[in-house]
Write a protein that binds this ligand. Sequence first.
Ligand code: GLC
Length: 479
Amino acid sequence: MTDVEWWRHAVIYQIYPRSFADGNGDGVGDLPGITARLDHLADLGVDALWLSPFYRSPMVDGGYDVADYRDVDPVFGTLQDFDDLLAAAHGKGLRVIVDIVPNHTSSEHPWFREGRRDRYLFADAPNAWQSLFGGPAWTQVEDGSWYLHLFDPAQPDLNWRSPEVRDEFEGILRFWLDRGVDGFRVDVAHGMIKTESGYFDQEEVHDIYRDWRKILDSYPGERMAVAEVFDTTPERVARYVAAGELHQAFNFDFLEAPWESATLRRIIDASIEAAGTVGAPPTWVLSNHDRQRHVTRFGDGVTGLRRARAAALLMLGLPGSAYVYQGEELGLPEVLDLPDEVRVDPQWIRSGGAVTGRDGCRVPLPWSGDAPPFGFGASSWLPMPADWAALTVQAQRADPDSMLNLYRRALHLRQPSGTLTWRPAPAGVLCFESGGLLVAVNLSSSPVPLPATPLLSSSPVNDTLPPDTTAWMPTPPSS
Ligand code: GLC
């Protein structure tokens, strides 16, 4: 597993451990559940897994509230289970990156419990900052002072000007690197430094990543890190992946793009250009554990699914690296009708139900069988829709036209690529060459001529490319 700069062209599959597979039958996914299902991922053809947090946590924010960064929460298993998962994944040629949550700890972290105020952001009086989960970003404690939490009050923000905080996180990186992880996904990577002018994307945050990069580079193999940086421009995001800092950053502009050709083309160009100015690979993502699933985002029923199939071949046809969120390879829709009483997302709870929150994209995966919980385990912590029987891995394996087989074929055909060349196309159609493929995406409402016979298409084609369809073709010999 030494191929040089593997991350430049990797397809990385995001696992939300709580909802992937339940090994011990308690209704919550866990690490042994993942290990038992690795063949699904190896067969799918992804290069690496990113595991959302599985550390000790009171689970106020689904594990993004960490109480012990060096241990596995009992609900997910043990450190031995993690080592077993890592070894099994590596044995199948799959790399593993883990989530690191440096902006805040859980309020159950020993530092917060022991009143180590120098390591958090306490003030005598709050300012006007609002929490991203709604309400004020400050909570008052017994002595009258206030602490900052950009997210839930159970997630106090750390003071990154404290040398102890910096040392601790370097130790945490080393702890997981020593165990053999291939890298990290950095949660809220633009948030750690706060100044008078704000809390996102402050200059000093880059010092942290220059230190972290040295640590990553001091390990054998190609250890990488991907930054979660949101609410800013591609140019600002690129600064996190400049020489001497991190390797990749998520592309939220692509994730948020409407199904519309001119906007997509503009975002694709801007993303490639911004990453290119610093020598980093562009990345692409359609869904994650925080956003409404794209099958639902792209339209109702048949339309949403058809566009999601076309979007998959667009994303996987682009140069650089792509992120696939668990369940998108099954075409899972957002679950919109979860009963109020099962919802646990702090966005929902803190807004008093005004914000629906993210539970609907975190419903456990359907693996097999005809009725919930569809082989996920003996039960599931969020209820699964009864009509997911046709969406199980088992059902889709048997269907050559399933979303699962589309992703599988695409991942096996996909070639590493660093460049994209646009080709002339009718209005509403994107056409480009990348990685030895000619990719045409019809976002218009009429069929258009096909330049060549497809190797793969997202919906059936005859001699035209129908609306909401992507085709992969061999590149013409003349080009
Ligand atoms: C990131 C995570 C999200 C979490 C938040 C606070 O945005 O992706 O799930 O709630 O950070 O840690």
